[in-house]
Design a protein around this ligand. Structure first.
Ligand SMILES: N[C@@H](CCC(=O)N[C@@H](CS)C(=O)NCC(=O)O)C(=O)O
Length: 235
């Protein structure tokens, strides 16, 4: 009997999405507990994640009401730590490649995304990164992708790390959500439609169609949530 897993998060969060994709990828059963945005209930910071951030999981221990987590369960924060933990519980998937070089490549993608990728993704949304700089980042990312398949070939944690953001970037640009000038979303998408971005376009399309991603992403719901996130709306 597998240990219980409770995921504390919110569906609109791309970090939460990383964990949801991983759980779907391995076919794990889990309980989802939706936390409010902003101030978290005291039990969450006291018993689950002192930083108050989402996602976190509780793992093992007796099944309890998620709002009264058992002291016997392990609490794990950080989306990619959780994702790797879940992958480790289910050996035999391609999430963490067995080949040491592919594994190194996987980690390099994660480093690229969580550093420069996030700076550009967030920076563009907040109007602090130019169209040219955002496109230059996409070009750099594209050049690193395996010629076919996913980031390192097989679907791995590199894709888990990037897919939630690439899908939301596209959704936000399509709907001009963010603090950049109205019309710049379309300009980025038009540029990405050019032949020189064919590889990253194919990669994004493949991500959208991959079962664990498809099952865990609802673009309409994502739009609804992000169109109402106060801190990314224009003044
Ligand atoms: N490095 C963390 C980042 C998590 C994070 O920033 N989560 C955001 C949501 S997307 C958060 O909890 N913000 C405060 C809140 O939503 O209440 C991870 O990978 O899990």
């Amino acid at each position: 009997m597998p240990e219980q897993i409770t995921l504390y998060g919110r569906n609109e969060s791309p970090y939460n999405h990383r964990v949801a994709i991983t759980l779907a990828e391995v076919g794990a059963k889990y309980t989802m507990y939706i936390l409010p945005a902003g101030d978290k209930p005291a039990w969450y910071t006291e018993k689950v994640n002192p930083t108050g951030k989402i996602p976190s999981i509780s793992y093992g221990g007796p099944a309890t009401d998620p709002a009264s987590p058992s002291p016997e369960s392990r609490k794990i924060p950080e989306s990619l730590v959780i994702a790797e933990f879940i992958a480790d519980l289910h050996p035999g998937t391609t999430l963490v490649p067995a080949d040491p070089l592919k594994k190194a490549d996987m980690r390099l993608f994660i480093t690229l995304w969580d550093g420069k990728g996030m700076e550009h993704f967030r920076g563009f949304l907040f109007g602090a990164v130019t169209i040219e700089a955002y496109l230059a980042f996409f070009e750099e990312l594209q050049a690193r992708l395996s010629p076919t398949g996913f980031a390192v070939g097989e679907f791995s944690l590199a894709d888990v790390a990037m897919a939630p953001f690439l899908l939301r970037s596209e959704m936000a640009l399509k709907n001009e959500i963010g603090k950049y000038a109205v019309g710049d979303g379309k300009k980025v998408l038009d540029a990405l439609a050019e032949p020189k971005f064919a590889r990253i376009r194919k990669y994004t399309e493949d991500l959208k169609e991959w079962p664990s991603v498809k099952k865990t992403y609802d673009e309409a719901a994502s739009y609804e949530a992000w169109a109402n996130l106060p801190y990314i709306q224009r003044a």
